[in-house]
Design a protein around this ligand. Structure first.
Ligand code: PGA
Length: 249
């Protein structure tokens, strides 16, 4: 399976016109690039930006979904709605949503609904801080186990795990993870999957990295076991995002 590069636009940009300009510039900039799956996750109102383009290898994804299937839930968006748009990916468990109350239990409900709708969940996990005693490992394990509860073996290949340490995300982050930090956690995640299912399933499970990715550090992760990247700020710059896609093989 080829690598996957996911852009998480968060609550940006501020208008549909601006979203279209960024999207079209990305499409133009990466024209002709093959073998990389590109996913752009704009805010809900802009999910239509790629409608007429239908370009192979460029997908639109959502930044979240309701844990409820249908009903009176003001402000919520259901999996059926996303499915009716033909979306193939949804980001779940982003630390910014966990900070607002999203729990592993609700993420797990969303994972199960999403898989049932044949949409790929990109499950974000990651610790707030690293400590010398390895408590962060137990924290990540707990997130992973609860999020994957009741997910059948046959579905693991349809899941993407995004390791996003909170200390590496966003504007005031101190630094990105080092390649060694990523390699360690990647092995750790695969070991948990192997214990839960088996080594074959662990070997095909996609683990991607997110947190202050830019064109200068992207290759480090891609060359050291990452199945792809989840990119915030740099995904809003067609040049930076496009350069990362171009260096992905
Ligand atoms: P960042 O965000 O690339 O701006 O650090 C990553 C994310 O939050 O998904």
């Amino acid at each position: 399976m080829g690598k996957i590069i996911v852009g998480n636009w968060k609550m940006n940009p501020e208008s549909l016109n601006k979203a279209k300009v960024i999207f079209n510039s990305i499409v133009k900039y990466i024209k002709g690039v093959k073998g990389v799956e590109v996913v752009i996750c704009p805010p809900y109102p802009f999910l239509c930006i790629g409608d007429k383009l239908k370009i192979k290898n460029i997908n639109i994804g959502a930044q979240g979904v309701s844990e409820e299937l249908k009903g009176s839930y003001t402000g919520e968006v259901s999996i059926k709605m996303l499915s009716s748009l033909g979306l193939k990916y949804v980001i779940l468990g982003h630390s910014e949503n966990r900070a607002k109350g999203e729990t592993n239990i609700s993420i797990n409900k969303k994972v199960l609904l999403t898989l049932k709708a044949k949409i790929t969940p990109i499950i974000c996990i990651g610790e707030k801080d690293r400590d010398d005693n390895g408590f962060y490992l137990a924290y990540v394990k707990h997130q992973l186990l609860e999020s994957l509860s009741s997910v059948p073996r046959s579905q693991i290949k349809n899941i993407i795990i995004a390791y996003e340490p909170i200390w590496a995300i966003g504007g005031d982050s101190l630094r990105e993870a080092t390649k060694d930090e990523f390699v360690e956690i990647q092995i750790f995640i695969k070991k948990i999957i192997s214990d839960l299912y088996d080594i074959k399933i662990a070997s095909i499970t996609r683990v991607i990295y997110g947190g202050s990715v830019n064109p200068l550090n992207a290759k480090e992760f891609l060359d050291n076991g990452a199945s792809g990247l989840l990119i915030g700020r740099s995904s809003l710059s067609p040049k930076k995002f496009g350069d990362i896609i171009k260096l992905t093989k």
